[in-house]
Design a protein around this ligand. Structure first.
Ligand code: NAD
Length: 328
């Protein structure tokens, strides 16, 4: 039997990526929706044949507890809302899938992990790339030290965002490029080394202050890892870029793109990386569902989301004091 997923927040990612992916999944299906918009509810109901009893708004959402069709609540809202809806879902006894960035603060992430644990439900973060065999291959090359130790990483994640009044520009909603695109660059460095950074420096900037009044348009940050590996990471809402370069003691690797939905590929000293994948989000949701069904380890549990946010907090701190911030 397939697990039933309810999507919370029917914006771009739910509409263009997750709902279509849920037409391809084998272990789960789009069982319900949670939306503040009656027009969207009607559209989705028609398009995906969703019964009225599986359609919720933000007020009556908690009654999802009584709905056996829904096994998993997938939170696809602006980041500042992830905590509230993940916690309400967990208290309703539902497993939680939550989009990245997990939440704006370490405290929020820890609260989400605790409530899920207390309610005996699982929490998975939507790090789709970790389910992509192309990502898994560069992780393997680092882990198995194919070319010796990682010495230097350069990683960039960004796109030109023309919007002017979106949550990505709104601090209270969890905007700012660091949590949105910066976490991809951070993941690139963390996954390529298989290590956690111990110190960061960072520089925030904007070329469009009239739009990026509250949050940074661009974040550059540098990481030091316990092995001595160094990373220079770049993220921006003003620059199109999607690459990861790793220099090892005895070789090199370059992925471009490294964190796209499809077509991640690259090469290294001894070969190429170009595994086919039909649909990244479908693979992510299916694999997470298999983990829930078999009570096995999730690829990216809440603890993985928290690891990134720890670093994100240190990065913001580093932009303020202009120096190095250590992470323990
Ligand atoms: P979006 O703005 O297109 O959608 C957000 C949805 O939340 C909208 O439907 C909006 O109506 C709803 N919403 C409810 N209350 C709101 C409020 N108070 N303010 C603003 N919106 C409110 O955003 P999106 O691009 O779909 O992003 C949603 C989440 O998905 C974010 O966490 C984002 O980082 C994540 N995301 C992940 C990926 C990925 O590749 N994993 C890609 C895109 C987005």
């Amino acid at each position: 039997e397939k697990l039933g997923i309810a999507l919370v927040g029917l914006g771009y990612y739910s509409t263009d990526l997750l709902a279509p992916a849920l037409q391809m999944t084998e272990k789960c299906y789009l069982a319900g929706i949670v939306t503040g918009s009656p027009e969207k509810a009607e559209k989705w109901k028609q398009k995906y044949n969703i019964p009225d009893k599986n359609i919720y708004n933000y007020q009556n959402f908690d009654s999802i507890a009584n709905n056996p069709d829904i096994d998993i609540v997938y939170v696809v809202l602006p980041p500042s809302m992830h905590k509230e809806y993940s916690i309400r879902a967990a208290r309703a006894g539902k497993h939680v899938f939550c989009e990245k960035p997990m939440a704006p603060s370490v405290n929020d992430c820890m609260a989400m992990i605790k409530v899920c644990r207390d309610n005996k439900v699982n929490l998975a973060i939507g790090y789709r790339c970790q389910h992509d065999p192309n990502t898994q291959e560069y992780m393997r090359i680092g882990r198995e030290k194919l070319y010796g130790k990682v010495k230097m990483i350069s990683c960039g994640a960004g796109y030109f965002d023309a919007r002017t009044t979106h949550w990505k520009q709104n601090k209270a909603l969890g905007g700012g490029v660091m949590g949105d695109m910066g976490v991809y660059a951070l993941q690139g460095a963390r996954l390529a080394t298989g290590e956690e950074p111990i110190a960061v420096t960072a520089q925030a900037s904007t070329t469009r202050p009239e739009i990026y009044k509250e949050v940074e348009e661009t974040m550059m940050f540098q990481l030091q890892f316990p092995s001595g590996a160094l990373a220079a990471c770049h993220s921006s809402y003003g620059i199109n870029m999607n690459y990861l370069q790793v220099n090892y003691e005895k070789g090199w690797l370059k992925m471009e793109p490294f964190s796209a939905y499809l077509g991640n590929k690259g090469s290294h000293s001894g070969g190429i990386i170009d595994f086919p994948i039909k649909n990244q989000q479908a693979k992510q949701m299916d694999e997470d569902c298999v983990a829930l069904m078999n009570s096995t380890q999730l690829i990216a549990p809440g603890e993985e989301g928290l690891r990134d946010i720890k670093v994100v907090e240190a990065i913001y701190q580093a932009t303020k004091n202009g120096g190095t911030v250590t992470i323990n």
